[in-house]
Design a protein around this ligand. Structure first.
Ligand SMILES: Cc1cn([C@H]2C[C@H](O)[C@@H](COP(=O)(O)OP(=O)(O)O)O2)c(=O)[nH]c1=O
Length: 210
């Protein structure tokens, strides 16, 4: 069974909803799993910024500081999630992962190398599912969610940045514009089709022979 699965994609793709369902499904089917919301504070800082009369988090902190703060927070929440997963022996269902930060930095014109160096301590997830949805559909969902708003240009740039990542060839692309239950079924299939991990040599002695 896999140990880490990451759901990535633009805002409104359905990551949080689908990741929660996936973790619940794993748990009820006998695989201890835990959902991890690896948010890095953009919405929170955006709200603070608006209270202070600024447009958004980037406007409040300045682009460079915003990216530093967001990247460090992302590092901390991912590290925490991985640690909890290892300590509790649960499958980590990651709502966002390092790739989301690379995308955030890319669309804001920042430099990636230091973030890549920082995140290089993290393992590649066993499975990365890219929830693919058009920016238009994503924007409509974000607006319907009623908590925030994303510009179409921004969503389109994020979509392009995800697809241009060098790791993108290894992503499992899921059609996230489909019915929510169909998307969930695709995710479950992807999890089930992951190759079984090899049992560590020491543990093999404990298995019955034959
Ligand atoms: C998964 C899914 C979510 N939604 C709704 C639920 C939320 O209000 C909104 C955004 O979903 P959400 O899971 O919050 O997306 P993300 O974490 O990627 O930003 O869209 C749909 O309309 N259709 C779907 O298939």
């Amino acid at each position: 069974m896999i140990r880490t699965v990451a759901l990535i994609g633009i805002d409104g793709a359905g990551k949080s909803t689908q990741a929660r369902w996936l973790a619940d499904w794993l748990a009820v089917t006998g695989t201890p799993a835990r959902y991890h919301r690896n948010a890095a504070g953009r919405v929170f800082f955006g709200r603070v910024a608006q209270r202070l009369g600024r447009r958004d988090a980037e406007d409040l902190l300045g682009m460079r500081l915003f990216l530093v703060v967001e990247t460090l927070l992302r590092w901390l929440v991912i590290a925490r999630a991985l640690l909890i997963s290892r300590l509790t022996g649960t499958v980590a269902v990651m709502d966002r992962y390092t790739y989301c930060q690379y995308t955030s930095i890319t669309v804001r014109g920042g430099r990636l190398h230091w973030a890549r160096a920082l995140f290089s301590v993290f393992p590649q997830p066993d499975l990365v599912c890219f929830l693919a949805v058009s920016p238009q559909v994503a924007q409509a969902r974000v607006d319907a969610r009623g908590k925030d708003h994303e510009e179409l240009d921004y969503l389109a740039a994020c979509d392009a940045a995800y697809r241009a990542l060098p790791e993108a060839t290894r992503f499992t692309v899921i059609d996230a514009a489909a019915e929510p239950t169909a998307v969930q079924a695709d995710l479950r299939r992807a999890v089930l089709h992951q190759p079984v991990r090899h049992t560590p040599r020491a543990a093999r002695h404990l298995l019955p022979i034959g």
